[in-house]
Design a protein around this ligand. Structure first.
Ligand SMILES: [Zn+2]
Ligand SMILES: [Zn+2]
Ligand SMILES: [Zn+2]
Length: 241
């Protein structure tokens, strides 16, 4: 937290140094990015992301999209346009906030070369099927995503304070579930830690992770509190399913 000198913000433990949430999935040789937060460039450089075949955006809040410009390095490296999926509202906002994307008067490498696509249904990237998971985030309905390879199922819902029944029905037989659990105190648009733990228990994935954690939680204390049922991840955590 900027301007904060609490024990978590001043901790030397790298597990207490949290960038904004995002997810990088490599499945069947395809490389997917979920959200491009303001520190996307730093994330990519620190953790060695070298290819992006498709981008999926959960919602157009600043903490999930404002690193989007750096997608241009990937379209430049790969010499091709990169598909970017989101709800129609997210895509509309992206076109407005990044109105220079695909400007033809610029060189190919000067802007992100992307194809924005309204997503309402599952889409295929290689053998993987990516299904939007509509959830409540305060007054808004936004997306999480279900990512299915031929053998594995992973769901990622970073911002959420209620899961509608139709979405809950999709959250079965999961190898991993990653869910919003902001902080101990209630928040109008996010699950608390306890609400998250309760939802994760109900979902019953093989592996459960809490995310979007604030500086109110010290990593090891939170892990102890949650026990073995839920993993408290840290930046750069690599999970093989
Ligand atoms: Zn702090
Ligand atoms: Zn949000
Ligand atoms: Zn967020």
């Amino acid at each position: 937290m900027i301007g904060c000198s609490c024990p978590v913000c001043t901790s030397d433990d790298i597990k207490n140094k949290r960038r904004r949430c995002s997810l990088y999935v490599v499945a069947d040789g395809h490389h997917l990015i979920i959200d491009t937060p303001p520190d996307f460039r730093d994330q990519v450089l620190t953790f060695g992301v070298e290819r992006v075949d498709a981008v999926f955006l959960t919602h157009p809040h600043a903490d999930h999209i404002y690193g989007f410009d750096d997608i241009r390095r990937f379209s430049s490296l790969q010499k091709s346009h990169i598909p970017v999926y989101g709800s129609p509202r997210t895509v509309k906002q992206m076109r407005k906030k990044f109105d220079y994307v695909d400007r033809t008067s610029y060189g190919f490498n000067s802007v992100p070369r992307v194809q924005f696509r309204d997503q309402r249904e599952p889409v295929k990237v290689g053998y993987n099927l990516i299904t939007p998971l509509p959830v409540s985030h305060g007054q808004d309905i936004i997306y999480g995503f279900l990512i299915e390879s031929e053998e594995k199922r992973l769901a990622y819902i970073p911002d959420c304070n209620a899961i509608p029944d139709e979405t809950a029905e999709l959250l079965h037989n999961l190898d991993a579930m990653i869910l919003d659990g902001l902080r101990p105190k209630p928040h109008p648009t996010h699950f608390t830690i306890d609400e998250c733990a309760e939802q994760l228990k109900k979902i019953g994935a093989k592996q459960s992770f809490i995310t979007h954690i604030t500086h109110n939680s010290e990593h090891h204390e939170l892990q102890q509190r949650l026990g073995t049922a839920v993993t408290v991840p840290w930046d750069g955590l690599l999970v093989e399913l």
